[in-house]
Design a protein around this ligand. Structure first.
Ligand code: PLP
Length: 388
């Protein structure tokens, strides 16, 4: 018996593989500093945990509506309307188990063989994985380091064709930490508004930024009808394990996503959704404090990485990733990441795991304590005679 042919085309997310290898080393007694996984290291804020516990006590332990509880969808619609400067309602919101399922459902609902999908290279590896899995054509557009890891707009324009069905944007971005400048977003909207395509705007890091506040392409004239905003609770409220995310989209797409949800998950965990209401409607100082801490770590890791021979790191404007250019080491980045894990006990990711234009880079997640970040830098420095 063989697996379906399409299984040979699906990819993976290397962060989980490296995490498993790092954990195996820890089991052998090795000390590993985890800078591989994209997960805030802070506990879920207390008032959100309390709301989740209360929900369990109150019996929110049964199936709920497939699209998500109306109260949560109302709260999300109000939040997205306020923060993106648009008007959406609960009917536009699909609550799903994390941000990731929005990618899966939207792309499953839209894509057919022959359709072209534009996506940033490097970017979250699941985009390209799903494009291949669904038999569509992946059109990677390089992000440019000297432009803060945004697209060159002329290259984007030339990549569009009559077959382009979906354009994926991600700002702030994984793995680069890049934030698309608002001027570029306006130009992209002008480029895309009259085309028959959908934009998937992955805004999962929307609250984690340090310079210019990211803007959503959905807020531009003519774009709301063709944009799906992906956001969620994992990164903003340190709720990765609660599995709670959402998409905001035109109703015809929401109907398709709900159909795929009922065929797969039935609904998102009820008590997680109750905690989600507390997260959105409760005090937001926990988010402010987390971002302030990330900023300190960002400054420390960028400064530290720039002292390592062969490394050059620009300052990321958002998310919690540093994406240094390590081509000065003259080492293959997969071999370099392996060396750092096996010999220095520093887990990070090879840039090529995010696309071919990630070549020459490593990704470090600074979702770890300042002490651990400084220790990791020291360990890398001590190993640097291997390539310097
Ligand atoms: N989008 C991007 C760009 C991400 O980096 C991630 C997680 O790492 C997600 C979406 C998925 O988030 P979730 O854990 O809520 O599924």
């Amino acid at each position: 018996m063989k697996l379906a042919q399409k299984m040979s085309r699906i990819g993976t997310e290397s962060a989980f593989e490296v995490l498993a290898r790092a954990r195996a080393l820890e089991k052998q007694g090795r000390n590993v500093i985890h800078l591989e996984i994209g997960e805030p290291d802070f506990p879920t804020p207390r008032h959100i945990v309390e709301a989740g516990k209360r929900a369990l006590d109150e019996g929110w332990t049964k199936y709920g509506p497939t699209q998500g509880f109306p109260e949560l969808r109302e709260a999300i619609a109000a939040y997205i309307s306020r923060t993106r400067g648009i008007t959406v309602g609960a009917e536009n919101v699909c609550v799903v188990p994390g941000g990731k399922p929005i990618m899966y459902f939207l792309m499953t609902a839209l894509l057919e063989p022959g359709d072209e999908v534009i996506f940033p290279d490097p970017s979250f590896p699941i985009y390209e994985s799903l494009i291949h899995f669904l038999g569509a054509t992946a059109v990677g557009v390089p992000v440019v380091e000297s432009r803060g890891f945004s697209f060159d707009l002329e290259t984007l324009r030339k990549s569009l064709s009559d077959k382009t069905k979906l354009v994926i944007l991600n700002s702030p971005a994984n793995p680069t930490g890049g934030v698309i400048p608002s001027g570029d977003i306006a130009q992209m909207a002008a480029m895309l508004r009259d085309r028959d395509l959908i934009v998937l705007s992955d805004e999962i890091y929307s609250r984690i930024w340090y310079e210019e506040e990211p803007t959503s392409i959905a807020s531009h004239e003519g774009m709301l009808d063709k944009t799906v905003i992906l956001d969620g609770f994992s990164k903003t409220y340190s709720m990765t394990g609660w599995r709670l995310g959402y998409g905001v989209m035109p109703v015809w797409l929401a109907t398709a996503v709900v159909q795929l949800m009922v065929n797969s998950n039935s609904c998102t965990a009820s008590f997680s959704q109750r905690a989600g209401i507390a997260a959105i409607e409760g005090p937001q100082d926990c988010v402010t404090a987390m971002v302030a801490e990330f900023r300190k770590r960002r400054d420390a890791i960028v400064k530290g990485l720039n002292t390592i021979p062969g490394f050059r790191c620009s300052v990321p404007a958002g998310a919690f990733y540093a994406f240094p250019n390590v081509s000065g080491t003259k080492m293959d980045t997969k071999a370099l990441a392996d060396l750092l894990l096996n010999e220095a006990g520093v887990a990070c990711l090879d840039g090529t795991a995010f696309g071919k234009h990630g070549t020459g880079h490593l990704r470090f997640s600074y979702a770890n304590s300042l002490d651990n970040i400084l220790e990791a830098i020291e360990r890398i420095r001590q190993l640097s005679n291997r390539w310097a």
